[in-house]
Write a protein that binds this ligand. Structure first.
Ligand SMILES: *Cc1c(COP(=O)(O)O)cnc(C)c1O
Ligand SMILES: [Zn+2]
Length: 419
């Protein structure tokens, strides 16, 4: 382990067993990949001394590597894309008045290098693979995790083998091929692609960038929470709303807020709300039942990035919602398409369906009284709309007008009096 890595140990989310860094890279051997996800702990007193508000204010690094003391890597990897994280946070006063909430912020993670939130995790995964001198990295994904890891693997000169469902949107497949990944388009769903990838990693020893089974990936995801705190002058929002598939983003964000709270950088913690598609709502159902783990469902939604039958990070995600005093809400595909239009037209943000789902969740959260007019609310947009143009076309009412290259025809079509 590099000397300036501050990870102290890991604990199993189910049995509580403690592991030393290096003892297991993935899940608890006793509890297995679905129950035995691990949580990463740091030498917090040391981190607290090094990571102060003043030190952060003086840091020039405008990527998520600025939080290196709270990341499971020794140093900022020089070969990787320089611009991951530190995505903009926009205030949306007009939309805030409409709901109403006191303040509404949008964090646009579609502006990451591969155009989704997943870059936070992939960059950390590839950085760890570099430190361990691995030469091959593999991942299963609904699309974004794959295109993201293939970008960072390309930067690192690593071989990258990807398992995606055959039905993944074309743009995401194009990204994979462009970044030079070897792509296995699985004739099946995401859950089947996931199992295949796990088995290949087990047999080959390739580095596994798989959601939830690799505890270090969530450490990358938590940086969005750290940024939110810093961008809001260490006064965190009352509520954070994010879309949920496997549950890694919501639990990663919660870990980030808890880490900052632990070292005294923020005075209080936000409530975490997860938004799921009605057709892929395993976590929302489990939360309603008060369960600590989720049962699988048959997933079907337009929002491919949150179309997940068996949420892999269920234990952490349910814990994040419960511990924070938040919860889950579901939205229909129609709500998601509407949210895509509203985000584009009122905030200038073009989101993919899963990216807009979080915003779609605001209305039901407000109606059910879980957001109050005094709340400061942050919504995370997790992916860019160019990732899935076919869904965007479905979301709009108007079609382009076919027109002859003739000014008369144009004026007539636009119903403008001739000039
Ligand atoms: C992966 C992803 C999500 C969901 O994240 P989970 O960790 O699976 O809950 C949401 N939106 C986009 C765009 C994603 O790529
Ligand atoms: Zn265990």
């Amino acid at each position: 382990m590099p000397p300036n890595d501050f990870v102290s140990h890991l604990t199993c989310d189910t049995c509580g067993a403690t592991y030393q860094p290096g003892e297991t890279e993935l899940t608890c051997p006793t509890c297995g990949p679905l129950q035995g996800t691990l949580t990463v702990h740091y030498r917090y007193p040391e981190v607290q001394r090094l990571l102060t508000r003043e030190k952060l204010a003086g840091r020039k690094d405008d990527s998520h590597w600025r939080y290196l003391e709270l990341l499971p890597v020794g140093e900022r990897p020089a070969s990787l894309h320089p611009r991951v994280g530190m995505t903009p946070l926009y205030p949306l006063p007009r939309l805030a008045r409409r709901f109403p909430v006191r303040e509404l912020f949008l964090k646009d993670d579609g502006l990451n290098p591969s155009a989704s939130f997943k870059d936070r995790a992939s960059s950390v995964g590839v950085a760890r693979a570099i430190e361990q001198k691995r030469t091959v990295i593999t991942a299963a994904s609904t699309g974004n995790a794959a295109s993201s890891v293939s970008l960072f693997a390309a930067c690192a000169g690593m071989r990258c083998v990807i398992f995606v469902p055959e039905s993944a949107p074309q743009a995401k497949i194009a990204q994979l091929l462009m970044f030079g990944a070897e792509v296995m388009a699985v004739r099946g769903n995401y859950d089947q692609a996931f199992e295949l990838c796990l088995e290949v990693a087990r047999r080959t020893g390739w580095y596994c960038r798989n959601t939830a089974v690799n505890p270090y990936l969530g450490e990358g995801k938590k940086t969005a929470a750290l940024e939110l705190c810093e961008q809001l002058a260490f006064s965190p929002p009352d509520a954070v709303v994010v879309s949920v598939g496997d549950g890694c983003i919501i639990s990663g964000l919660w870990k980030g807020f808890c880490d900052f709270h632990h070292i005294g950088l923020i005075p209080r913690l936000p409530r975490m709300y997860g938004v799921q598609a009605e057709g892929s709502a395993a976590l929302a159902r489990a939360f309603e039942r008060g369960a600590r783990s989720a049962d699988p469902v048959e997933a079907k939604t337009i929002a491919d990035s949150i179309s997940v039958g068996q949420p892999r990070d269920h234990i952490k995600a349910l814990r994040a919602a419960r511990e924070s005093g938040g919860g889950f809400v579901t939205v229909s595909d129609g709500d998601i398409l509407g949210a895509m239009r509203t985000l584009a037209r009122e905030a200038g943000v073009f989101a993919e369906p899963a990216g807009a789902a979080a915003f779609a969740g605001l209305a039901p959260l407000k109606e059910s009284g879980r957001l109050s007019p005094s709340d400061r609310v942050a919504v995370v947009v997790t992916g860019n709309g160019l990732k899935d143009v076919a869904s965007a076309i479905r979301a709009v009412e108007r079609k382009p007008v076919p027109i002859e290259p003739d000014i008369g025809a144009v004026l007539e079509a636009l119903k403008v009096e001739g000039a």
